[in-house]
Design a protein around this ligand. Structure first.
Ligand code: NAD
Length: 391
């Protein structure tokens, strides 16, 4: 019997995704693993226990103790969940390790090997395992459907015998994976879409999906790995000033700007929101990480008074879960593809010479192996207490 892959039912309220699909289970079983799925884990993603068992998974009780092997998860595990795992267990999923120091410390102290798919180097070979991309793509689409729902008008220009309806003017700020998908989706609905970003490649990327790039003549801000650099304060303020007329002229503003390891850049101030036309809509993907738009609150849809009426300001939260069947399907295959890297004939073989294995490892053998993460987590001060229930 090969290594056991356990797929848990997510515990976080509002989280509807699951880290395995029938298709991914088939792949894991073919790689020699034994797959255990907590009963009901896929229900909110329309993946039934029966569909999993049909392809060879064993259904186990939710919360049943993990006896080693690999644990697949969507949301970061808590410190208590990490501490309950036997030494040598491998965890695989999103860890958000800079925000979850307690869980990283618990994994280190408990001898757990944790792989954070959100730390995977963004190189071509990693594309099939890249959860940031697969989930951002769905988020980009969902941002537009949320905006369309709140807008209460047509997106596309419509000519009828009774008159012409003007197209919606859509502005997308931050044109990474989510932003580009938002541009493409808003275009498909018929909106007139423009966008801004600070990476050098972004102008061409925006044009390639049908958007008009707004060049603010601010210079570019590229960091390593294809990411953006945080703008210095004066440049950030200048960006807001230059964006102000574009925001005021838009019916829909969608923001997706992020800088890894930093609070989201503030691109739209409360004064810029106040200058918008009544009936306009703003949707902020970054609401959970500080907000690109002043006043946005994750999970809230607020009316903000403007001259002559109000605009709607939506702070995104758990939006991939709004598309759980699709999000889970992609996430599950991302996990199974990474697992294929660390499984040889059904057994765990961790090759830290492989840059994908090394790049995504957070803890291993009682140490934090990612230097940047290690710098943010307090050192172990004593031998860890034995955890109740652990052999
Ligand atoms: P992200 O979520 O870190 O950021 C979203 C976007 O916000 C980025 O485009 C960034 O440039 C932008 N941004 C940051 N500060 C801004 C500001 N002040 N104003 C406007 N925009 C701002 O990015 P992501 O979507 O994860 O993508 C990051 C990069 O990784 C991109 O270059 C993408 O093409 C690349 N990528 C590469 C691969 C691959 O396999 N080669 C896969 C996926 C993504």
């Amino acid at each position: 019997m090969g290594v056991v892959v356990r797929v848990r039912a997510e515990r976080s309220p509002g989280e509807r995704r699951v880290a395995a699909s029938p298709e991914s289970v088939r792949k894991l079983v073919a790689a020699g693993a034994s797959v255990e799925i907590e009963s009901g884990a896929g229900a909110a993603s329309l993946m039934t226990d029966a569909a999993y068992s049909d392809v060879g998974a064993q259904i186990v009780a939710p919360g049943a103790a993990v006896a080693g092997g690999i644990l697949f998860h969507v949301r970061p595990l808590s410190a208590a969940e990490m501490a309950a795992l036997p030494p040598g267990t491998v965890t695989l999923g999103v860890d958000d390790p800079f925000q979850n120091a307690d869980a990283v410390a618990a994994a280190r102290d408990g001898g757990v090997t944790s792989f954070a798919l959100d730390m995977l180097p963004r190189i071509s070979r990693a594309q099939s395992m890249d959860v940031l991309s697969s989930q951002a793509l769905l988020a980009g689409y969902r941002l537009v459907t949320l905006a369309a729902d709140a807008f209460g008008r047509m997106f596309g220009m419509t000519m009828t015998a009774a008159g012409t309806l003007a197209p919606a003017r859509v502005l997308v700020l931050g044109a990474g994976v989510a932003g580009l998908q938002a541009i493409a989706t808003a275009k498909r609905l018929g909106g007139v879409v423009s966008a801004n970003d600070v990476r050098a490649a972004s102008a061409d990327e925006v044009r390639s999906v049908g958007g008009t790039f707004i060049d603010l003549d601010l210079g570019t801000a590229d960091a390593a790995g294809g990411y953006a650099k945080e703008l210095a304060e004066d440049r950030a303020r200048r960006q807001q000033e230059l964006l102000a007329p574009h925001v005021a002229a838009s019916d829909i503003v969608i923001t997706t700007a992020a800088v890894p390891g930093r609070a989201a850049p503030r691109l739209v101030t409360a004064a810029m929101v106040s200058a918008m036309k009544p009936g306009s809509v703003l949707v902020d993907l970054a609401a959970e990480s500080g907000g690109n738009i002043e006043g946005s609150v994750a999970g809230e849809r607020r009316a903000v008074a403007v001259s002559g009426g109000a605009v709607t300001l939506i702070g995104a939260r758990d939006i991939q879960s709004d598309l759980a069947p699709d999000a889970s399907k992609l996430y599950a295959m991302n996990c199974a593809n990474f697992a294929a890297l660390i499984l040889k004939e059904g057994e765990l073989v961790l090759d830290f010479e492989d840059e994908l294995v090394a790049g995504s490892a957070v803890t291993h053998g009682g140490r934090i192996v990612n230097e940047r993460v290690a710098a943010t987590v307090p050192a172990a001060t004593s031998v860890p207490e034995p955890v109740e229930g652990r052999a």
